[in-house]
Design a protein. Structure first.
Length: 76
């Protein structure tokens, strides 16, 4: 049995898929909008166990902001 050449692609799509409807797509159409609403931060492995979810991270950062603002006001 001969092997198929590597340039030949196997068409395993179902016949009900109409590929003509897929024309005209724009790559990254919503990338800018997604980037505006996303701010991902990677926690260090030694810090991550203290923050089981995003709510705990946000609460800690908000309390830190309050502390920082308090200390800045006193320094003036």
């Amino acid at each position: 049995m001969k092997k198929k050449p590597k340039t030949e692609l196997d068409d395993d799509l179902r016949p009900e898929y109409d590929l003509s409807k897929l024309k005209g797509g724009v790559r990254g159409k919503y990338a800018h909008r997604f980037k505006e609403g996303t701010n991902l931060v990677l926690l260090s492995p030694d810090v991550a166990p203290y923050f089981p979810d995003e709510e705990s991270v946000n609460a800690a950062l908000k309390s830190l902001v309050v502390i920082a603002k308090t200390h800045v006001r006193r320094a003036k």
